[in-house]
Write a protein that binds this ligand. Sequence first.
Ligand code: ZN
Ligand code: ZN
Length: 390
Amino acid sequence: MPATSLAASDVQQLIDTRRDFHAHPELAFEETRTSSIVADRLRALGLRPATGVGGTGVVVTIEGERAGKTVLLRADMDALPIQEENETPYRSQNPGKMHACGHDCHTSILLGVAKQLVANASKWPGRAKLCFQPAEEVGGGAHSMIAAGALRDPKPDAAFGLHVWQDLDLGKVGVTSGPMMASVDAFKVTVTGLGTHAAAPEKGIDPVVCLAHMITALQTIASREADPLQAVVVSVTQLKAGSAFNIIPPTATMEGTVRVFDPTLWQELPGRFERIVQGVAQAFRCTAKIDYERCNGPTINDSGMAAIARAAAAEVVGESNVVDSVRTMGGEDFSAFLLEVPGCFIAIGSRNEKRGLVHNHHHPRFDVDEDCLAIGAEVLLRTAHQFLGS
Ligand SMILES: [Zn+2]
Ligand SMILES: [Zn+2]
């Protein structure tokens, strides 16, 4: 059993709060019920939260007993447009919406941490700045909170966040030094040629053949242009062209994503992408219009901050249960905080095969072992204390 300083009633409150949020999921930038509950709970602790930060975000600062460093702790609050297929008593009551990533857990955990920080404020130095963030899933919430001043007055010295993690069994905690999650770029390319009868290709310019060559050529970003030891993913995921088997259409479009860990390579991606797409378009006498969107930067944990989180996690779950190689090409907009402030994103194991809690994030049967809530709260709290006391 993990070491915990939380009272049984506090653990129960973590579960009850999570279930309430789970039953009432709200999509990105629509988290009005969730954020008003967050603000009410913070006010009940005697705090004065700022609401409407970057949309539906809530920020509150908790003062310790004397001056010191400032630590930022972040939870995301949004759900996904998925119809829940679980039959639990706390299943989603909002059709077509579901907390299928576990952000309900994160919000509950950070409220639990707020309660402990306030209750023990005479025992720790510095300041904790808590950010309850909207819209992680669409990649805009962190940026909008930062634009609204979440990293100013006071500017934090470090930032920590966590994610419940279905690739890790309950009782394990993942703390990775360096790159942990990939950048997320999204692209849409419209190739324009000249439509014609399928039997007379010489009378037109075929955008479909051009697009097919682009798809394969783009893979050389990963296979020929990046260090083979670097992680790079290029995925074309949507294709649209044509209306009949015997017509060469005038346009064809593709959409997809490019993801990397390395920040330098990330900077170079738009240029490489454009060179290949425009080069192929020219070779096939077509024109190409590129919409290239930077959704998230890579999530890179600072080695010193990861060491602090690792020590805190080891206190809670034991050294042997702290895993150091949690990495995924999935993206996370906490990266926006980590690009400004050194910090660490922590993975809290939430899978329990015995209880059938094995479905991955974004699955309609996603659910976690709720014992991960107390572990998450404890790890985050101890991480904050260790940073502020260090
Ligand atoms: Zn997600
Ligand atoms: Zn998530």
